[in-house]
Design a protein around this ligand. Structure first.
Ligand code: ZN
Length: 204
């Protein structure tokens, strides 16, 4: 259980590759009497939490896009408690989940905090800190988390212009899973979870 999980150095699990970028044939349709964002060829599984999710490929080949997050792999990490670097479980044998948090969130150890950063297994804390520009910028603290649950999405919002074209009206906006008026016109790119029982990790 404690053996380091082998990963290809410099190829974090949640980081996308240029070749994984897909065209998004966005459109609006009517659903339950309201306009709803969709794809012209949408499949039912492209909605989760009543919001449409951004499409992306899964090849993991080509040029790494360090400044972006892979939508499907980020969501998978959040739903299953997987490590952002290797994509394997980030939960310790004792049941606590290893998680790197911005220092601004650490202080009140029991408050629930929303975050779009997935967990990081113990073996990959150093690599995550070295390679993730977002973590570096936020003065990270290595923590463990007792539990967490989905509360929202980071999304791009869309509307229609006078010519009926689908246009972006908001970029990377946090939207709560209960904000149905926004979810209808949102394209989700990352799942936001609320962590509880947050504690700084024991040294070593
Ligand atoms: Zn890992």
């Amino acid at each position: 259980m404690t053996a380091a999980v082998a990963t290809e150095l410099g190829k974090p699990y949640i980081t996308p590759y240029e070749e994984e970028t897909l065209d998004l044939p966005l459109a609006f349709e009517w659903a339950d009497g309201l306009p709803r964002l969709t794809y012209r060829d949408a499949l039912p599984q492209e909605w989760m939490f009543k919001v449409l999710w951004a499409r992306c490929g899964t090849a993991r080949e080509g040029k790494i896009q360090w400044h972006l997050v892979h939508t499907l792999r980020q969501r998978r990490c959040m739903l299953k408690g997987l490590c952002r670097v290797c994509g394997k479980s980030a939960t310790d044998p004792g049941g606590r989940i290893n998680w790197i948090m911005p220092s601004s969130l650490v202080g009140d150890r029991t408050s629930p905090w929303p975050t779009a950063h997935p967990p990081t297994c113990k073996a990959h804390v150093d690599e995550a800190l070295a390679t993730c520009p977002y973590l570096r910028r936020e003065a990270p603290v290595v923590c463990t988390v007792g539990d967490y649950s989905p509360v929202g999405v980071l999304a791009n919002l869309y509307g229609e212009d006078d010519g009926g074209r689908v246009v972006e009206t908001g970029h990377q906006i946090p939207v709560g899973l209960d904000e149905s008026h926004l979810l209808n016109r949102a394209l989700a790119t990352q799942l936001i979870v609320q962590v509880t029982d947050l504690q700084p990790a024991a040294p070593g």
